[in-house]
Design a protein around this ligand. Structure first.
Ligand code: GGG
Length: 391
């Protein structure tokens, strides 16, 4: 791949510093596709590439090295490809033998990145572009707001359950009694920690987005009849926040039911808002409605920083084959441009993507075609050039 450093201005200092984290597997392939589009846009940016992912876990015991965190701090925004993530016990087996027993614990680097930079809001738009042969229905336009730093992904987990904690729970919660005779090493606990502040933040973000973009409903996705405390907190907060947006209807749906309703009536949904795990699950379902993960971009947004990445994972078996559909990555570039205030360039990218899909000449394997990742990226880039010549 050609380097991205192509300064479009005559000054030495670029307008933006953008971190590039290709990551693992097809993350690297789709990042090469993003580079083709970025080069064609001639964005006035300096690009800094960083280390993240599985190989750094294996060789250093840290999939998100400190040097990467320090580099990100020097940039305005980050584009990420995808990363391979595995359960801790599997990760331990792949650690360099020289590091084993050194107290290294595996945590998903993207979850850590979200927490380290307080990227509280994960926005996942799912739009069915006209002419996509994989669309479940035409006209779907759903945006998932996923709380990104807490909930069931808080990372506060125990196995075995410490004796003191077990004793405390037995004393304070009668539901714990069923587990009294279960040995501590046969109990694993993952805590679903939710705060009023983070619930308020994600809900306010969802309602603001709906107001700005004229969506008529916001649907809060929870399970408060069963998860009474955490789900109840989110629901109460949703009702409070909704009062400030009288023009938008709040719908309250359980996570299980909404999966069914989304399949039955996808056009009746617009903005969905959910806790971390529920948002993760429902956004994969919504992605499938619009053709699959190859079309689903995302932005992890905080108060001062943001990381944009396709929703899909690293699909290691396709690594380096340039078969993956890069449109989710390219649409993540579009979201990054919007975040930077480059609205006209963002529109150019989206129009180019929409036109390439509608024409149907270039299709990756998931779309039933045989075009490569880079052919798709070049088709989008060529459309961008044609548009700018016409303008
Ligand atoms: N379900 C698509 C997928 O595997 N995405 C990668 C992933 O799970 N990333 C972690 C996350 O988004 O929380």
């Amino acid at each position: 791949m050609q380097p991205l450093q192509e300064k479009a201005t005559v000054t030495d200092v670029a307008k933006y510093k953008i971190a590039i984290l290709p990551g693992d597997g097809i993350g690297r392939d789709v990042m090469d596709a993003a580079r083709i589009v970025l080069r064609r846009l001639r964005l006035d940016a300096e690009y800094l590439e960083g280390d993240i992912g599985w190989e750094f876990w294996r060789s250093e015991g840290d999939p998100l090295p400190q040097r990467t965190l320090r580099m990100l701090e020097q940039t305005d925004v980050c584009l990420m490809g995808a990363i391979t993530s595995k359960p801790n016990y599997e990760a331990q087996l792949e650690l360099d033998p020289r590091l084993r027993g050194g107290g290294y614990e595996y945590y998903s680097p993207i979850v850590r990145l979200r927490q380290e930079f307080n990227l509280h809001t994960n926005i996942r738009p799912c739009k069915s572009y006209r002419g996509n042969p994989l669309n479940y229905r035409e006209g779907i336009d759903i945006v998932v707001f996923r709380e990104n730093t807490e909930g069931l992904y808080s990372g506060v987990e125990f196995h075995p359950l410490p004796q003191e904690l077990k004793a405390w729970l037995l004393e304070h919660h009668q539901k714990m009694r069923r587990f009294e005779s279960t040995p501590a090493d046969e109990i694993a606990v993952s805590m679903r920690i939710m705060t009023k502040k983070a619930c308020n933040k994600i809900l306010t973000g969802a309602f603001e987005y709906a107001r700005k973009r004229n969506y008529r409903t916001v649907t809060v996705v929870e399970k408060p009849n069963i998860l009474r405390e955490t789900g109840g907190l989110m629901l109460r907060e949703a009702r409070e926040v909704a009062k400030r947006y009288p023009e938008i209807r709040l719908q309250e749906k359980n996570i299980d039911a909404v999966c069914m309703w989304l399949l039955k009536n996808p056009l009746e949904y617009s903005v969905l808002v959910a806790e971390n795990l529920f948002g993760d699950i429902v956004s994969d379902l919504c992605a499938q409605l619009i053709g699959g993960l190859g079309f689903a971009p995302s932005g992890n947004i905080g108060d001062d920083y943001a990381v944009f990445e396709p929703v899909h994972g690293s699909a290691p078996k396709y690594a380096g084959q340039y078969r993956a559909n890069p449109l989710a990555m390219i649409l993540s570039v579009m979201m990054m441009l919007e975040y930077l205030g480059e609205y006209s360039l963002a529109r150019d990218v989206e129009k180019a993507v929409a036109d390439v899909i509608a024409e149907g000449k270039v299709r990756t394997y998931d779309m039933g075609g045989s075009s490569s990742t880079l052919e798709m990226a070049n088709a989008v880039a060529d459309k961008i050039s044609t548009q700018s010549k016409k303008a």
